[in-house]
Design a protein. Structure first.
Length: 134
């Protein structure tokens, strides 16, 4: 994975954020966390991030609504949905429309998460190189 990989994980469940913190620490990934969409948007306004991973079910707005905001304001950020409570058809539609790059069901397998983050980092690198040469 790229050395300077920076992720923002958004989930209202503290134990999920702690699990992701341990994973990122072990993988050498810089991780920012937020417990809500509003907190995450505030972080994005002041911190550079390559990938956002968010839960679907959150109190004030769901993960797809939040990722739509991210896509509108920061289209270069790669967006991943992480959830145990979402319709497969909804995920397929979001993937087809380019609203999300990937989806991982809870509970996830460590290697699945690692591979998805690596693919997302590769996508980020590809898109930023394309933007610089355009």
């Amino acid at each position: 994975m790229p050395e300077a990989l920076r992720l923002l994980c958004v989930d209202d469940e503290e134990h999920i954020l702690k699990t992701l913190e341990r994973f990122c620490h072990n993988e050498g990934i810089t991780l920012l966390t937020a417990g809500s969409a509003a907190e995450a948007l505030s972080i994005l306004e002041r911190e550079p991030v390559m990938i956002v991973i968010t839960d679907y079910q959150m109190p004030e707005k769901n993960g797809l609504e939040f990722l739509h905001d991210v896509q509108t304001r920061w289209p270069h950020i790669v967006r991943i949905m992480l959830s145990g409570f979402i319709e497969p058809g909804m995920v397929a539609q979001a993937l087809q429309r380019g609203e999300i790059f990937g989806f991982l069901p809870k509970p996830w397998q460590r290697n699945d998460l690692k591979n998805l983050i690596k693919s997302a980092a590769d996508q980020y690198q590809t898109e930023t190189v394309a933007e610089r040469t355009a």
